[in-house]
Design a protein around this ligand. Sequence first.
Ligand code: FPP
Length: 245
Amino acid sequence: MKLFKDKEESLNSAAVPSHIAIIMDGNGRWAKKRGLPRMAGHTEGVKTLKRIARYCGEIGVKYLTVYAFSTENWKRPKEEIDNLMKLLKLYIGDFKKDGNVDNICVKVIGDVSRFPDDVQKEIADVMEITKDGTSICLNIALNYGGRAELTYVMRKIAEKVKNGEITADMITEQMLSEEMYTAGMPDPDIIIRPSGEQRLSNFLLWQAAYTEFWYSDVLWPDFKPEDLDKAIADYNNRERRYGGI
Ligand code: FPP
């Protein structure tokens, strides 16, 4: 059952969160259940990402931020890391081959300087190809960690203090927000984690101060627009008080 009767109803609805963030978890378990290599789960995970990004654009979500590779994922076997890089290149290759069919704007958040040069080049290309996309802003978090992001921001601000551009007492929350990878974007309204886990796992630590958390037992490759509808319906039943009464 779709949450909205039609596209027009969803686009006119204040009920649609403007920023959704997703921890795309459960690819490995999806593959294991089927006796397939883990990579098969990641490949299906990319298909789900495409489907969900398109759906979010259709219903009027403005920002979708997905956790694709964390600062902790370097602990995985080299083969899996290499294959994830290949998958990322394939995903970007589709934009080069087919154009920006879903009219999305891709932005990568995280420190990609540790990625191989060819992957960094592909990342720069996809951001250039999609920079005028108006349907949705898709933030892909790569070599991203909330603590690493905060450290990066603090270093930048410390440099400003050192250079005499600002004094320490001029540092504000607003200033930190403007230095984050997500500068200029609203904080996520809801973070979705499929696959039954109920942890934040170092995702958007600064930005998630008042974010609603929603989890589901569905594994990411099986996650459907209908599951997103359920998350949005639940979100609409929550009362967000931001510390007030
Ligand atoms: C978590 O599942 C998933 C990841 C660490 C990677 C997510 C990546 C993708 C969906 C594909 C790559 C993305 C792009 C944009 C090309 P897991 O492996 O931890 O699953 P498990 O907990 O079931 O083992």
